[in-house]
Ligand binder design. Structure first.
Ligand SMILES: Cc1ncc(C[n+]2csc(CCOP(=O)(O)OP(=O)(O)O)c2C)c(N)n1
Ligand SMILES: [Mg+2]
Length: 323
């Protein structure tokens, strides 16, 4: 990995982490009124993917989308305004945390219904192919989405039509409180099951930027060459509760040892340790962090100052209206 890539990946991870920790810290104030699913612990995959994609490549995501949106180049101020329910938000403050969209940077949208954005992403890929574009489509989803019919219809179609789709499964082993062992047959490896459908697959440690870099680099190259979709399974772990700012391991639904293992593999802390040990980055990391902190603090101020959407805006684009 080149030094510039490493710097950019580290900055992405730190920036996403800082934004979300600040959301968590300030959530109690009651100004952010939407359900909010944090990606803390899961920042590495989108942070690395950013190295290989362009604005014209499109991404879609689900409920846990902050990291995906920011790493695709989504505007931080617009994201925070959206979470604060303000008119300057990327969906005019009408969607909240789970409905991020910024078409100017190729973030085609996130939705709250599990697996809902998978067929949308495949449809976009079909359009790209019909228009003979070289772009690819990234579809982010969790292990829970594998239990939805829409996933199978969509991937089948993408395989059949050789569509330029990168299916990215962030497997954090849980759907809310339920571990995989209560949801899928014992010992099933998701990527192996998907291979059986006829899709090229791989799996890797989703917290290790170096391993992710290697896998994503090869996958994106192959998808861009027109050989059809690839499915990547990335093992990772969320640090906090499924939805909201708190830690919930007092509920004992996750084995203590697993938690300890994954906290030690925290993508930010372990990357910084590696960087320092091998003296890989020679820039002043402290200064760089401060610049990011200032940018994020500024964006929070902007969101707080912004106004709520007008009645005209909140009632626009809706199906049901009173007479
Ligand atoms: C179709 C549908 N079923 C159930 C839900 C409720 N729900 C929201 S998030 C979630 C868990 C999804 O788990 P996963 O896809 O693994 O993503 P993670 O939260 O672990 O990132 C569930 C069941 C929903 N939003 N949509
Ligand atoms: Mg999950």
């Amino acid at each position: 990995m080149k030094k510039n890539s490493l710097i950019s990946i580290w900055k992405n991870i730190f920036r996403i982490r800082y934004v979300e920790e600040k959301i968590a810290k300030e959530y109690y104030k009651g100004e952010m009124r939407c359900p909010t699913h944090l990606s803390i612990g899961q920042e590495a995959v989108p942070s690395v993917l950013d190295q290989f994609i362009q604005k014209t490549d499109l991404a879609v995501s689900g409920h846990r989308a902050h990291a995906h949106y920011l790493a695709k180049g989504g505007d931080l101020k617009k994201m925070l305004c959206e979470i604060f329910g303000k008119e300057n938000g990327c969906a005019k403050g009408r969607g909240g945390s789970m409905h991020l969209i910024d078409r100017s940077v190729g973030f085609a949208g996130s939705t709250a219904i599990v697996a809902n954005s998978i067929p949308i992403g495949v449809g976009i890929a079909l359009a790209k192919k019909l228009k003979k574009k070289k772009d690819i489509v990234i579809i982010y989803f969790g292990d829970g989405a594998i239990e939805e019919g829409a996933f199978y219809e969509s991937i089948n179609f993408a395989i059949l039509k050789k569509l330029p789709v990168f299916f990215i499964c962030e497997n954090n082993f849980y759907s809310v409180y339920t571990p995989l062992k209560y949801r899928q047959p014992k010992d099933r490896k998701i990527h192996k099951m998907v291979k059986g459908l006829g899709c090229p697959v791989f799996s890797t440690d989703g917290n290790d930027p170096f391993k992710i870099y290697e896998k994503i680099s090869a996958a994106v190259k192959k998808i861009r060459s027109g050989k059809g979709p690839i499915f990547g399974e990335f093992y990772t772990y969320r640090h906090r509760e499924h939805c909201g700012p708190n830690f919930d391991d007092n509920l004992n639904y996750r084995p203590k040892n697993d938690l300890k293992y994954w906290l030690e593999k925290d993508p930010l802390i372990s990357l910084e340790k590696k960087i320092k040990k091998k003296k890989m980055i020679f820039l002043n990391m402290k200064n760089e962090k401060q610049k990011i902190i200032n940018e994020v603090n500024e964006a929070f101020k902007f969101a707080r100052k912004s106004k709520y959407p007008s009645y005209k805006i909140t009632t626009r684009d809706i199906y049901a209206k009173k007479n």
